[in-house]
Design a protein. Sequence first.
Length: 244
Amino acid sequence: MNLVIDIGNSKTKYAVFSKHKMIDFLESSDSNKKDIEYLINRNPQIRHCIISTVQNTPPEVMDFLSRSSIQTILLNHETSIPFKNTYETPETLGNDRIAAIAGACYLYPDKNVLIIDAGTAITFDLINEKNTYLGGTISPGLDMRFKALHHFTAKLPYLKKSNNTKTMGKNTTEAIVNGVQNGMIFEIEGYLTKIGNKNPQLVVLLTGGDSQFFDNILKKPIFAVSNLTLVGLNFILEYNAQTL
């Protein structure tokens, strides 16, 4: 069994896989030894672990795993991955993007896949049918755009997403909500059109914290995969298992 730990900016996700099937899941506001012990006690057959983090891994977590019999990989740009990476600065490609790309390779091998991760930032990553990563883009996510309008102006309020998106607003609240949300919708649709024109059989995967919000709005065929990063991390771990 495999233990997958995904440490993000605001929460940590833990998942236990038997081969490629997720059999246990836990979400927490932080990463700590207590949650790992809990999952290991529930799943004593865990033998391998992979950790992906956007921040420093808590020392107590690494110390606990190093003293256990669990073989652990700390994901970085030197980790062997199941796809060809053509990024010119691989050391700057975020672990979350690496994991999502690997997840796409596992779920849709030999396909052209566009991965849209709508979280704190919104990222677009493209992989071709030869499992070669071709590059991607990064721009502010939904909440970041709302915060920026409030922070960098004197009077505009800080608002949050709304399920009621119109073309134009009749007051400042509506103008901000419609502007931010339509801006992201048009951005996504623009990429889908431009990349889709060059890849007629393109598979589009949508993941991230705001994926459900956009999945309900976008009209093009898109597959929402909430656990794409966890699936990808497990795929990377399985890919490296023979060398552990």
